[in-house]
Ligand binder design. Structure first.
Ligand SMILES: *Cc1c(COP(=O)(O)O)cnc(C)c1O
Length: 450
């Protein structure tokens, strides 16, 4: 820890109901000042955080199973991130890299070339948000290929800007009432084993055939600039495609001159036990988008890809006022250094082992839990009507989630049908907090299921 931030006591502690009176007062101010369109999952207002704990304004210590949606992988206010930010902020806060550049931006791009999949020559460009990185991936793919069409998948999530809304599958809440959306976006079925009509065994073959059919009949191979895919879907419910499927999609793309864009914004930076989830499938994408875990909570995103693809864009075609802000870059360098020195990929595998054992035990006890899935410290349970009945169960999902929140465990939901509980603990969380969080989850199932 740094000298400026007192260590956060790594114990769950509830001193009021959650949310407590101070949080409730702040939430009343929120309602009067912040757009109703900005929703809040758990209105406990945070004052301090670190390790595996969020401390709210009422003094409650909450166990964090969300990492602010897979962002604080290295922990909140991680020492190397705080030091980098403090030093950089004291030196200078902004020049605009496109006007007068600075080393930190270049150093982040060098680090991205090292850690992203593939040993080929790479180039990167930095932006502010994940959606912006995806938008730029599509721009680059179109410029390089001279083609327009982009293929995305059912249950996919790529952001909230106009083009990324078009790429995102789910209407409510992401797209509802916000159209019209960008054109030349096509959608293929996702290889979703639990919900594949022909059953999980036939999912890989049939989903690949359906993908090929979509590209061939609806797009035309020679019109397709890129296929955009999350190697493990995030907001869609941590859908893990069957082994080998992504490889076949990648091979099809390279056969037809279609660029493969891996959206690793949620899966990247050690979250799944590898630096990037594509590695597990031995897939080297042409372009990779990253954000979330990249900078320990500072707003930064990146597009990294083959040098010849990234350099195909005319000078001035990529950029933005704040993209690759020096303070965010310093944070990223600190976060990446922490991932390396603390072997956070190894830590994610330990978290997977600890969680999987407990979640599978729950699944054997509660037949509303249809499946436990995910990889590394990106794990989920899909809840259904029970006993072979796959109708989604958002009601029990919401009740379990609410029980956890009231007990001081910050859990998140996901899934097209709102029936997935997802777990994304910070990799700085000690085991005893992970175990206690899983105890609370177990109590939640006991109390909300008949
Ligand atoms: C969160 C997310 C995005 C969007 O990132 P923002 O920073 O919220 O714009 C895009 N793709 C995936 C896979 C994500 O999880």
């Amino acid at each position: 820890m740094t000298s400026t931030s007192p260590a956060v006591d790594q114990q769950r502690k509830l001193v009021t109901s959650v949310p407590g009176p101070r949080s409730q007062a702040l939430h009343a101010r929120k309602s009067a000042a912040v757009s109703a369109g900005v929703g809040v999952a758990l209105p406990a207002y945070v004052e301090r955080a670190g390790g595996g704990i969020l401390v709210d304004v009422d003094g409650n210590h909450l166990i964090d199973f969300g990492s602010g949606i897979a962002v604080t992988t290295v922990g909140n206010a991680a020492a190397a991130v705080v030091n980098g930010v403090q030093e950089q902020a004291a030196d200078f806060t902004h020049t605009c890299f496109m006007i007068t550049p600075y080393e930190e931006y270049v150093a982040v791009c060098e680090a991205l070339a090292e850690v992203t999949p593939g040993g080929h020559e790479k180039r990167s460009a930095l932006f502010n948000s994940g959606a912006e990185a995806v938008e730029n991936a599509v721009k680059v793919a179109r410029a390089y290929t001279g083609r327009q069409a982009v293929v995305a998948f059912d249950h996919g999530y790529h952001g909230r800007t106009n083009l990324t809304m078009a790429l995102t599958a789910k209407s409510m809440p992401y797209k509802h009432s916000f159209g019209p959306f960008a054109n030349e976006v096509y959608r293929a079925p996702m290889a979703y084993p639990l919900r594949w009509p022909g059953g999980p065994e036939r999912c890989a073959d049939e989903a690949f055939a359906a993908f090929v059919d979509t590209v061939h009949t609806q797009v035309g191979e020679s019109n397709a600039a890129a296929v955009v895919i999350e190697p493990i879907q995030g907001e869609g419910g941590f859908v893990v495609p069957p082994a080998g499927w992504l490889r076949r999609v990648a091979d099809f793309c390279s056969e037809h001159g279609i660029l493969l864009i891996a959206d690793e914004i949620q899966t990247g930076f050690c979250r799944t036990g590898d630096w990037f989830a594509c590695e597990h499938e031995d897939v080297v994408p042409d372009l990779v988008t990253t954000a979330k875990g990249i900078a320990g909570g500072l707003p930064l995103s990146a597009l990294t890809g083959r040098a010849e693809v990234m350099d195909a864009v005319h000078v001035g075609g990529l950029g933005g006022t704040y993209g690759g802000n020096p303070v965010a870059c310093a944070a990223a360098l600190g976060a990446i250094e922490t991932m390396r020195s603390e072997d956070l990929c190894g830590r994610a595998k330990q978290v997977e082992a600890l969680f999987t054992e407990r979640l599978e035990l729950l699944r054997s006890k509660y037949d509303v839990i249809a499946e436990v899935r995910g990889r590394g410290a990106m794990l989920a349970m899909e809840l259904t009507a029970g006993a072979g009945d796959l109708r989604p169960n958002p009601t029990v999902t919401a009740a379990v989630n609410a029980h956890c929140h009231a007990q001081g465990l910050v859990t998140l939901t996901a899934g097209t049908y709102g029936n997935v509980l997802r777990f994304l603990p910070p990799l700085s969380s000690p085991d005893h907090l992970l175990r206690e969080g899983l105890d609370i989850l177990e109590e939640a199932f006991a109390s909300v299921t008949p």
